[in-house]
Design a protein around this ligand. Structure first.
Ligand SMILES: Nc1ncnc2c1ncn2[C@@H]1O[C@H](COP(=O)(O)OP(=O)(O)OP(=O)(O)O)[C@@H](O)[C@H]1O
Length: 277
């Protein structure tokens, strides 16, 4: 559905990607992780056709995003990290924007707005940042585009809204949609994403499905110093040592995404070796 081959991209003085390749399939929610400034937003904007590759190719459902053909634009929605919403009533915004998305579903939108407890009679300008963000997320989901790009969607959402977000997202995905979520708030995405892609210094550092991660790795708290020493990654905490080890007995443990992310960014070789065996 999204096929990126040898992407090279840079801003005037700053090279961001030097040969990044990535394939994304429908029916999945992808978590795009990486340090500040590694290019997550830049990658999403390239996929959305808001920025254009210097070299290499991006194919989204047979379209070249940079050409911004109407048939492409109606298949892709992006919830950016920073956005502007005009000072008009909510329904007017929907009336103005929804004609661009042929599969927009007003009923679905109403359901999400209710779920997120957004005050429908308030003008957009009087809404808080978090409320506006939830409007945009609800609208993006109700557009039912094949590709949904979200840049830090849980930023600014309160604790209840974050769990509502997970619930809404889990109900909105189907086998025809591909959702890519860039985030630092990995905990917000637990039990939601089914593949993790970590980018660093313009390249893919790690790209595995949650299924493979739980098959290959085991996450637990250990008090056994010998076990901690032999772990692929360990981190001391108040509760003991949080460790990642190869999954030897085939039992699935609860994946600690934050720990996994730290393990890969610190030194990915030990973790990667578990996937090569
Ligand atoms: N408009 C711009 N002009 C010049 N350089 C830019 C521009 N936007 C981003 N950059 C640079 O490109 C690099 C990638 O930025 P980008 O915003 O894609 O990273 P990110 O991974 O999304 O970061 P964060 O996690 O902080 O949101 C950074 O070094 C940034 O300084």
């Amino acid at each position: 559905m999204v096929n990126i081959q040898q992407l090279h991209f840079g801003y005037r003085k700053k090279k961001v990607f030097t040969g990044l390749s990535l394939q994304l399939q429908p029916g999945h929610i992808y978590g795009l992780l990486g340090k500040n400034g590694t290019g997550k937003s830049t990658l999403l904007r390239n996929i959305a056709g808001l920025l254009f590759p210097d070299q290499g190719s991006i194919d989204v459902m047979g379209f070249e995003p940079g050409k911004r053909q109407p048939a492409f634009l109606q298949e892709v929605f992006m919830v950016p990290e920073e956005f502007y919403l005009p000072n008009i009533p909510l329904q007017q915004l929907v009336n103005n924007l929804s004609p661009f998305y042929p599969r927009f579903n007003q009923q679905q939108f109403g359901k999400y707005i209710l779920e997120f407890e957004i005050p429908v009679d308030t003008k957009l300008e009087s809404m808080s940042y978090g409320q506006k963000k939830k409007v945009l997320i609800s609208f993006g989901l109700a557009c039912n585009t094949s590709v949904l790009l979200m840049d830090e969607p849980t930023n600014g959402l309160d604790i209840m809204s974050k769990s509502q977000f997970r619930k809404v997202m889990a109900g909105a995905i189907d086998e025809n949609k591909c959702v890519i979520i860039s985030t630092h708030q990995v905990k917000d995405l637990e039990n939601l994403i089914d593949r993790i892609t970590i980018i660093d210094e313009g390249a893919i550092l790690f790209d595995q499905t949650i299924e493979d991660i739980s098959r290959k790795l085991s996450f637990r708290i250990s008090f056994d110093q010998e076990e901690v020493r032999h772990a692929l990654y360990s981190e001391s905490s108040l509760r003991g040592n949080a460790i990642i080890t190869p999954n030897m007995d085939g039992e699935e443990s609860r994946i600690d995404l934050e720990l996994l992310y730290k393990a890969i960014v610190t030194n990915r070789q030990p973790i990667q070796s578990a996937f090569n065996s």
